[in-house]
Design a protein around this ligand. Structure first.
Ligand SMILES: O=C[C@H](O)[C@@H](O)CC(=O)C(=O)O
Ligand SMILES: [Zn+2]
Length: 276
């Protein structure tokens, strides 16, 4: 078996501003992310972040290398986070089993050779970035996350940010990952919006009803575009872009960054009056 992968080149803001809907979706949206019975990757040229999935569907799946990494094993020069958005499962790393419950994340440090994803109803969302050191493989539960409550009901952005990667939970080289959930009726994420040119970001939207979608905003603050994003689809946010969205109904999302620093408080805020 060989793992399927797709490559996304880095797009500059001027080129992005000339794109039509189809071109924007081809470059920045990842649909068909979860393929039952397979691992698949989207290898991006934004900080070489790879965004993927493993949906075991009854049969354990092995993490195989893909050509773009240029290494014998996928994690020879990379680190990985697997976030389970499905039912409880098990990830085995070089012979050690980790029970990864629904909404748990597993950090796998650089150098792990044999990684297997198992669990009938488990759905692992995968994030991987180049690493410079090998940190211990660690299970991170939602209760280990640092919680930040933001927004208000009046502005439909009342939400809780769970920073799974934080100073107390796990040490990583580049990956900073968390999950954001909403108070009933709140639909706006990341508004007011921000940019962080030193880090790219990826969003996975899930827990959406079949006919619901998120209108995801991207682009430079004075040149915004939108993507219609459905359940279990992901969006790549280039370092120069805002990343914010409003759902037609309830949803949850996982955000993940890689780049020059691991300080998620280091963002450039965009004023509500600056968006065009
Ligand atoms: O850089 C950080 C990420 O964009 C998210 O943490 C933002 C987010 O979850 C939110 O405001 O709803
Ligand atoms: Zn951000």
């Amino acid at each position: 078996m060989t793992t399927d992968f797709d490559i996304r080149f880095a797009i500059d803001p001027v080129s992005a501003s000339t794109m039509n809907t189809e071109e924007l979706r081809d470059h920045f949206l990842i649909n068909d992310l979860f393929v039952p019975g397979a691992v698949n990757w989207t290898y991006t040229h934004y900080d070489r972040m790879a965004v993927g999935s493993a949906a075991p569907n009854g049969k354990p799946l092995k993490l195989e290398t893909i050509k773009p990494t240029g290494t014998e094993n996928f994690l020879d020069r990379r680190e990985l986070i697997a976030a389970n958005i499905g039912e409880a499962g098990t990830i085995t790393v070089d012979g050690t089993d980790y029970a990864v419950g629904s909404r748990d994340m597993l950090y796998v440090g650089m150098g792990a050779k044999d990684v297997q994803f198992a669990g009938d109803g488990a759905k692992y969302y995968l994030l991987s970035a180049p690493a410079h050191a090998s940190y211990p493989t660690t299970l991170i539960k939602q209760s280990d996350a640092k919680r930040l409550d933001l927004g208000s009901q009046e502005t439909a952005n009342e939400r809780s940010i769970f920073q799974f990667v934080n100073a107390d939970s796990v040490k990583t080289c580049q990956l900073v990952v968390g999950l954001t959930s909403f108070a009933p009726g709140s639909v706006w994420n990341t508004m007011p919006a921000h940019i962080h040119d030193r880090r790219m970001e990826a969003y996975l939207y899930f827990d959406l009803k079949p006919d619901a979608f998120v209108v995801h905003l991207m682009g430079e603050p004075d040149e915004t575009r939108h993507l219609i994003v459905r359940n279990e689809e992901a969006v790549i946010s280039p370092p120069w872009s805002i990343h914010s969205g409003a759902g037609t109904g309830a949803y949850t999302f996982i955000w993940a960054m890689a780049g020059d620093n691991v300080d998620y408080t280091d963002v450039d805020k965009i004023g509500m009056d600056e968006l065009l």
